[in-house]
Design a protein around this ligand. Sequence first.
Ligand SMILES: [Zn+2]
Length: 450
Amino acid sequence: MGLQAFLSRQVVTSQGIRPGAILVEGERILAVAKPGEVPANATCEDFGNAALLPGLVDSHVHINEPGRADWEGFYTATQAAAAGGYTTLVDMPLNCVPATTNVGALEEKRRAALSRCWIDWAAWGGLVPDNRDQIAELARTGVAGFKCFLVHPGIEEFAMVSEPDLREALPIVAKSGLPLLVHAELGGPIEAATARLKDDDWCSYRTYLQSRPDKAERDAIELMLALCREYGFRLHIVHLATGSALEILATARADGLSVSVETCPHYLHIAAESIPDGATQCKCAPPIRDKANRDQLWQGLKDGVIDMVVTDHSPCPPVMKRQQEGDFRNAWGGITSLSMALPVMWTEAKQRGFSLTHLARWMAERPAWLAGCSSQKGCLAAGCDADFVVFDAEAEFTVKRDRLHHRHKISPYLGETLRGRVRRTYMRGRLVFHDGEFVGVPAGRELPRR
Ligand SMILES: [Zn+2]
């Protein structure tokens, strides 16, 4: 194929939104041109008022394969992602079996992913108490960084780390130069709160919310910031849910600490007050908190204390969500959102006065930076992969099951009317998703090693 030009009145780059054309040769962007500068030999496609956004990058996804492909899998997760405007996923090291805590497990993951991915992907490695000797080798063989838990992760194959474990591992992590992603909740405040609630009604969302207090997050973040000061590694806080930690995070940044922060669409869109009893599709950890907290998280994004918005897409088979009983204590904690994250975010962001440039930064550019692939992914610029999304920002639609392309059609957004529709997704110059249909064959591949 020769030179292609994709035109729009709203091309979203880090410099802003303006009319222009993405010039594509092969798999790469040759240039982002002004409308009058499209070469005469280019094949043109004009999307008019629909925006062209960079392909989104989701640095927090549980694909669950190998080992739990009945929960999700490379094929369905990457389809759900392509339908949501994503062109790159970074897979979490747990819920798959084996967990990605050694090079053998990484190789198994690579075999499971082969010819099954509709978009590109990379893997995080796990940090658990007994795999210090694997860290350097995992870094060498291509993980983007490491993930650990300070609290029990809800499955048996992935152990949480204690402070002494971290003190042994952190010098090695620091030496790798890769980020350490931390699930920042401590067990102590959760156990104390849960003990007080033991006879309460666990079908009530309020009970679940009270069982995972803000303090569990704040104490964990304080511990990690102290360790970050001491060991000088790159710290990344995953799925920040409490606004009460923003101040200590802002102070740490002002002190020059290498710390980045993500939150998720559900914390920014849903509020505890509106979660009905028994609605376990809204259970995740840390929990969705109240309206005032949601406003604080938006302020954190505005101030730049929160860098990025990623999905934490974490599905399970319907029976594990216990929707029949509506039991928040025993339901699996995890929200599925790959197909809907962009419209959910746009619905909320537009109303709060943010632009598509903000979304591109939070959902593409910054996650690509975290995953170490920003020279290739996450922005519309010469030399980057030709990953982009045709997004009709004005369209409204109601979320129905047939728009959810992940394996199990459970979602807190079903029935909701959202703004902004993904019309097409292009990955490395290929059209992969077009108005509800997938085009071609799975051509996604693992990102090259750094
Ligand atoms: Zn997660």
